[in-house]
Design a protein around this ligand. Structure first.
Ligand SMILES: NC(=[NH2+])NCCC[C@H](N)C(=O)O
Ligand SMILES: [Mn+2]
Ligand SMILES: [Mn+2]
Length: 317
């Protein structure tokens, strides 16, 4: 296979941005995801693929983790202030990296930071389309969420759905995403309120049912046809590791049975790489503390690293 040309990153520079943050959901440990992934040699793996890498730790001197609470506020969600502030910092770092012609790889942390990364990608280039790979749709609003966990809400914030219901902390979030520029792959645990939103806004979504029915290759093609028919727009790939079946990726906070095989999961990243349109990437929800064995940690961290390598152009031959 010949080397992929990344149309929006021809100089092959990447910024690995750590987002050690867990405030979008109640479980501890997901804030350790970036550390484990870096300790597994992630930066070296990416630079071996011919990328000039820089690691950025924008949350380094913050104290958000110690401020975490499990109480819902009057808007029905938890930790609005720290999620919003943390997201603003990540948002600025992603935007600055894109301006410096670096491909941002944001390593979480929980998926609430999707608010930050996707909004930054769209501010950089409003044509950007979003591939959200996840067991969940993460499209609750403060009005529909039952858990109050903000990692279940990032998409609605970026789309601007039910804007009046958001805590004012999120006023800074630009809602530039259009529902026809977003597509889901891997869904299998979607709340009733979320299903209603998906239908009302006509958001293209491919569940595990579609993957079984058509095969992953066809599903990726159909997904790209929906949001990027002429294959010319930049792609933001937001990858929640829980899209992959818990038998391969056990160390994550909201496991759902019946997920992607490891190969199907990596194939998505490989196919996105093959388009040459990847512009920014998130790899989120690795929680090493939820592993029951050392092997669980290794499997999950290895899968997270492999997603990054595949997206950044690793080929098997
Ligand atoms: N990024 C995730 N893992 N999100 C899980 C969300 C689960 C559920 N839909 C909720 O809103 O609480
Ligand atoms: Mn998920
Ligand atoms: Mn998610």
């Amino acid at each position: 296979m010949t080397e992929i040309e990344y149309k929006f990153h021809t100089s092959r520079k990447a910024a690995i941005i750590t987002a050690p943050f867990s405030g979008g959901q109640p479980k501890g440990g997901v804030e350790l995801g970036p550390e484990y992934i870096l300790n597994a040699g992630f930066e070296k793996q990416i630079s071996s693929l011919g990328w000039e890498t820089e690691v950025k730790h924008p949350l380094q001197h913050t104290t958000f983790e110690s401020m975490k609470s499990n109480e819902k506020d009057k808007y029905g969600v938890k930790n609005s202030k720290i999620v919003s502030e943390c997201c603003k910092i990540i948002h600025d770092t992603v935007k600055e990296s894109l301006s410096n012609e670096q491909l941002p790889i944001t390593i979480g942390g929980d998926h609430s930071i999707g608010t930050a990364t996707v909004s930054a990608a769209l501010e950089h280039n409003e044509d950007t389309c979003v591939l959200w790979i996840d067991a969940h749709a993460d499209i609750n609003t403060p009005l529909t969420t039952e858990s109050g966990n903000l990692h279940g809400c990032p998409i609605s914030f970026i789309l601007g759905i039910d804007k009046h219901s958001y805590p004012p902390d999120f006023d800074w979030v630009p809602s530039k995403l259009k529902p026809n520029k977003l597509v889901f792959i891997g869904l299998r645990d979607v709340d009733e309120g979320e299903k209603k939103i998906l239908r009302e806004h006509n958001v293209p979504a491919f569940s595990m049912y579609h993957i079984d029915k058509y095969g992953i290759g066809k599903v990726i093609e159909m997904a790209l046809d929906k949001v990027n028919p002429d294959r010319k727009f930049p792609i933001h790939l937001s990858y929640d590791v829980d899209a992959i079946d818990p038998s391969f990726v056990p160390a994550t906070g909201t496991r759902v049975e019946g997920g992607l095989s490891l190969r199907e999961g990596l194939f998505i990243a490989e196919e996105v790489a093959q388009t040459g349109l990847l512009s920014s990437l998130d790899i989120v929800e690795t929680n090493p503390l939820l592993a029951e064995t050392e092997e669980h940690i290794l499997d999950t961290v290895s899968a997270a690293c492999a997603i990054g390598r595949c997206a950044l152009g690793q080929t098997l031959l």
